[in-house]
Design a protein around this ligand. Structure first.
Ligand code: ATP
Length: 566
């Protein structure tokens, strides 16, 4: 912090200044004070106006002395940072540092014990069952001020964030949080789920230069060392980069790669073409691929960040249980940074078009997350989630598809800059992402457990239900279920059903499961979360018919009566 000169640095000598006008001569003083500001504090010259002259009328000499104390003798301005705090000058970073440290220290001890909570798991606990089996966890992270920002002349003011669970977010990470702490609270639970055949997604979302790549790269590094490599599990890795409809496979070594395509099969499966999938035998193989992917990401300078990622980076890790054939997926997504008009003011037309594409896909992603979380509310089953509008949301369709058989745990990491100059962008980012979490958490009471949703079945229940419905066709139901729970069975691909149950019976069970899953996801619920069963619906329909008939009867009688009278 070179600008923090010691407060007792000797001042330059006061130059002889003979011309001291009479206090009654306002015009002479105005000219003198104007000349003073012009020399010592040109940025504040607009202060010399009629209001100032009126305020100080008759005591201009006192004002002049005050100015010399504050801004130095005429022609020898004081460096901004040597101005004493509270003397009315612009405060520097150093002036705020102690009070900042005190503030954080005061708040931190109350928050620390809660740092051990499993943010994602505690979220899953809120979902009692049934209709909503997936979770959205929303966190925020404010990065530290960077050395070059500290060294900027005069320093920068900064925003303060107190780490812990907050009203708006499931967890707020402060500038002192490191990647491994963040990994532990947000991504480790996703690894557990991925190994269980489920789907985990972590996004970094925020302004350019706010620390998304730093966070997601850190998470990838931690993943390389994680439990993902366990016996009996096969790991594969893919890394894609996406800008609008352009998709690049960062790990494809073909000098003339064919274009990557992402589409949807008739049965709803997501298909990718020309995407390279790399088996990883161990952590060092994954590390090598991750570092290659990192080095190949397209970066360009923005006003805010010299190495800005101009496309969404998508790391996909698949873990397949060799014994059961169940595959879980983990997506680590470093979204391209959102830019305000201020940040993109020097872009040429190509970069401007790129920025538009980025902002468009980010707004589509936000719309999907919002619609998906709203659709989880009882009585909101009809909400449309527009995930087909964009290749990114289509690729991670499982997260948004209401009828998806997999449980998807999604973590949205909202990255923000600590600088006061970014406060309006940061506040927009936080204002948007905070409510994504509230939408899931507010739930209208507990949802009634849906016994017919395969996702809720234990292994024993799954076995009993399959035996009851298809025991005749599948000889050994125990061997078919092979210790899996309902959720795990839902995650099995169709071909695994055929292998286990034979071509015909396996297909039958597969289709039967799909019908149950779809029924469960579209099940009607009342506002209090209770299920409207088929019988309830039939009773309600019959009641309506009865009421209609009763009305018709009353009208017919009235008519008869009227005819008699006239
Ligand atoms: N928690 C942190 N600790 C230390 N340095 C950080 C942290 N977060 C970010 N940085 C630094 O801040 C700068 C910008 O971060 P980064 O590139 O991750 O931003 P970004 O949000 O990914 O930006 P863009 O959207 O432009 O790609 C980098 O120099 C990075 O090293």
């Amino acid at each position: 912090m070179s600008d923090l000169a010691a407060p007792n640095t000797p001042l330059p000598p006061v130059p002889a200044d003979e011309n001291v006008p009479d206090n009654a001569d306002a015009e002479a003083w105005r000219a003198k004070i104007f000349a003073y500001y012009k020399t010592n504090v040109p940025t504040k010259i607009k202060m010399v106006n009629s209001k100032m002259m009126e305020k100080w009328a008759g005591k201009y000499d006192v004002l002049y002395q005050n100015l010399i104390k504050k801004y130095g003798p005429l022609g020898h301005p004081l460096p901004v940072s040597t101005l004493a705090p509270g003397a009315g000058g612009k405060k520097s970073m150093g002036d705020f540092k102690d009070s900042f440290i005190n503030l954080v220290a005061k708040a931190a001890p109350q928050q620390l014990p809660e740092r051990n909570v499993d943010v994602v798991k505690s979220k899953a606990g809120v979902q009692v069952n049934g209709l909503e089996t997936s979770t959205f966890t929303v966190c925020s992270r404010v990065r530290p001020i960077l050395p070059h920002e500290l060294e900027k002349e005069g320093g920068e003011n900064f925003a303060v964030i107190v780490p812990g669970q907050s009203f708006e977010f499931d967890y707020a990470f402060g500038p002192d949080s490191n990647n491994s702490e963040i990994y532990k609270l947000t991504t480790e639970p996703l690894v557990e789920r991925c190994l269980n055949g489920q789907c985990g997604v972590i996004f970094a979302y925020g302004q350019t230069g706010s620390g998304k790549t730093h966070t997601m790269n850190g998470i990838m590094d931690e993943l390389c060392e994680s439990d993902i490599f366990k016996e009996g599990s096969e790991v594969e890795f893919t890394y894609l980069e996406m800008l609008g409809a352009n998709i690049k496979d960062c790990l494809n070594t073909d000098p003339q790669p064919k274009p990557v395509a992402i589409g949807e099969a008739l049965d709803g499966r997501i298909l990718t073409r020309n995407v390279s999938i790399h088996p990883c035998a161990d952590s060092s193989a994954l590390k090598a691929l991750v570092s290659k992917a990192k080095s190949l990401r397209s970066v360009a300078a923005t006003e805010k960040n010299a190495a800005s990622s101009r496309a969404h980076g998508i790391g996909i890790i698949s873990c397949t249980d060799v014994e059961t054939g169940v595959t879980g997926k983990l997506y680590v997504i470093d979204l391209a940074g959102s830019e305000s008009a201020k940040d993109s003011k020097k872009h040429d037309s190509k970069r401007m078009a790129e920025t538009k594409q980025i902002n468009l896909s980010l707004s589509n992603l936000k719309e999907c997350i919002r619609a998906r979380t709203m659709a989880s509310e009882p009585g909101m089953g009809g909400i449309h989630v527009p995930y087909r509008r964009n290749k990114l949301t289509l690729l991670i369709k499982d997260v948004f598809e209401i009828g998806c058989p997999r449980i998807c745990s999604t973590v949205v990491m909202t990255n923000v800059s600590p600088l006061a100059s970014d406060v309006s962008h940061s506040s927009n980012t936080l204002k948007y992402s905070g409510p994504l979490r509230v939408a899931v958490g507010k739930g209208k009471g507990n949802l009634q457990k849906d016994e017919d949703d395969p996702a809720n079945w234990t292994n024993e229940e799954a076995e009993a239900r399959i035996r009851e419905a298809h025991g005749g066709e599948i000889g050994d139901v125990k061997a078919f279920v092979r210790g899996l729970t309902g959720v795990q069975l839902c995650g099995l691909p169709e071909k695994e059903y055929l292998v286990r149950g034979g071509k015909e019976a396996g297909k039958k069970v597969y289709l039967w499961m799909w019908a149950l899953i779809t029924d469960a996801k579209t099940r009607k619920r009342r506002d209090d979360g209770t299920i409207v069963t088929k019988e309830d619906e039939e009773n309600e329909r019959q009641e309506l018919v009865r009421q209609k008939e009763e009305k018709a009867r009353i009208w017919a009688e009235r008519e008869k009566h009227l005819r008699k009278e006239f």
